[in-house]
Design a protein around this ligand. Structure first.
Ligand code: AOS
Ligand code: ZN
Ligand code: ZN
Ligand code: ZN
Length: 409
């Protein structure tokens, strides 16, 4: 059945002049990093509903991530959060990850949970607090070196709640100074991603509120600093695809935190609410790549979600599938035809070139990609029939408490 469906879509795509083998190759080369914190219990500030068997140690999180990798074949790396994932012996963790067929990915410092951070971390008016925050990031750089990770992924909760609470320009100076110290400590092959978010937890001003501020910082800091786009971190209506286009042009798009949102930083499954936006984002990236943009080839695709009421491993798999679908559809855009009608000023025809790609059912193609990798065509089905969820619910019960993790991501 799956083969027949693939054969049909292969023929249809070939008729449109698409190189199906090339697209399959591109899909096989596409990978997405999953976050350790997405496997643990999380919730809102109102209630955390623990999931039966949810991972509580880094080892368990890696085991769960290995299941996602086992059924999707495209999630070989796992992002870490320090100190939620802090361990004594990193070489043991690294070895265990490798034994599971995984590698350790971006290291995310935590500059928001210590009691001293009430008024901020890197932007705090007290130099002692700033020093503590910088030292934590330096420790994360060291951890990254031991585990062979090449990315420090920085998100700050820094901001103010009331006008006049602190001097906005002074905060910016402090931030720049601190980031300079951090970048100076990076080994030559490590990158610093600077994530922005327009509000929350700060409600009046946020020190890194938007892509422009992150980009300015990155440009001041030199080529090792890049911008991280979390798809849930924009005001309603923001055109994220255009932000992506600009960052690509500036060669400063470090990576993504994929998730979807309806109202604010909701951290729902990527592509669950606005799959077309995801497609438009990938359309910009693939368009740039076609024209030889070098940034497009080194983007770190990562998920940043907190699964509050849904099963965590399945939510991760479902998100991966949505992202793959959006990516595959963007690969189908007829770029030659698009440019042609764009330059004729044919608005509708240009829109329809995108729609042709977007409306294509790429599921048979993705099933084929998986089958060629020796996987089941349906990752959710494969996971469900493995009995893994039931097994961890039985075996881990009693241990999986609510972690030092999220209320909200
Ligand atoms: C917070 O809103 C951001 O999305 C962070 O990227 C993230 O959730 C955190 O840094 C995870 O460690
Ligand atoms: Zn994020
Ligand atoms: Zn988010
Ligand atoms: Zn967030």
């Amino acid at each position: 059945m799956a083969e027949e469906l693939f054969e049909q879509s292969r023929m249809a795509l070939a008729r449109q002049g698409m190189d199906v083998e090339q697209i399959i190759g591109q899909m096989q080369a596409f990978s997405i990093e999953t976050p350790s914190w997405g496997y643990g219990n999380s919730g809102t500030r109102f209630k955390v509903f623990p999931w039966p068997g949810a991972a509580s140690t880094l080892y368990e999180k890696l085991e769960d991530a290995a299941q996602v990798q086992r059924v999707t074949g495209c999630c070989p790396t796992v992002a870490l959060h320090i100190p939620w994932d802090l361990v004594d012996d990193w070489s043991k963790v690294k070895e265990y990850a490798e034994h599971l067929g995984l590698r350790l990915g971006a290291v995310n410092p935590n500059l928001f949970q210590d009691g001293v951070y009430r008024f901020g971390s890197l932007c705090h008016f007290d130099p002692k607090v700033r020093t503590q925050a910088i030292e934590h990031v330096l420790e994360c750089i060291q951890i990254a070196q031991t585990i062979d990770s090449k990315v420090i992924s920085l998100w700050l909760a820094d901001g103010t709640n009331y006008p006049g609470q602190d001097d906005l320009r002074r905060r910016r100076h402090r931030l720049h100074d601190a980031l300079q110290t951090i970048v100076a400590a990076l080994p030559a092959d490590m990158r610093l991603f600077i994530e922005y978010k327009f509000f929350e937890p700060a409600f009046y001003s946020t020190d890194l509120p938007d892509w422009g501020t992150s980009l300015l910082m990155a440009q001041k800091l030199g080529p090792q600093a890049e911008v991280l786009v979390d798809t849930g971190h924009h005001p309603q209506g923001t055109n994220i695809a255009q932000i992506v286009a600009q960052l690509l042009e500036e060669e400063r798009l470090g990576g993504f935190h994929f998730n979807d949102r309806k109202y604010a930083d909701d951290d729902l499954m990527a592509g669950s609410l606005n799959p077309f936006e995801l497609f438009c984002i990938f359309n910009e990236i693939i368009g740039a790549q076609h024209e030889g943009n070098t940034n497009a080839g080194r983007i770190a695709y990562m998920i940043d979600q907190s699964h509050n009421i849904e099963p965590k491993i399945e939510a991760m798999i479902q998100s991966i599938m949505h992202i793959q679908i959006a990516y595959a559809k963007a690969l189908l855009v007829d770029r030659v035809a698009l440019q042609q009608v764009q330059e004729q000023g044919d608005v509708l025809a240009a829109y329809r070139v995108l729609q042709d790609a977007y409306e294509t059912d790429v599921r048979p193609l993705l099933a084929e990609v998986r089958v060629r990798q020796g996987l089941e065509p349906d990752p959710i089905g494969a996971f469900r029939s493995s009995g893994y969820a039931e097994r961890i619910a039985r075996e881990r019960t009693g241990r999986a408490g609510v972690l030092g993790g999220y209320p909200g991501a």
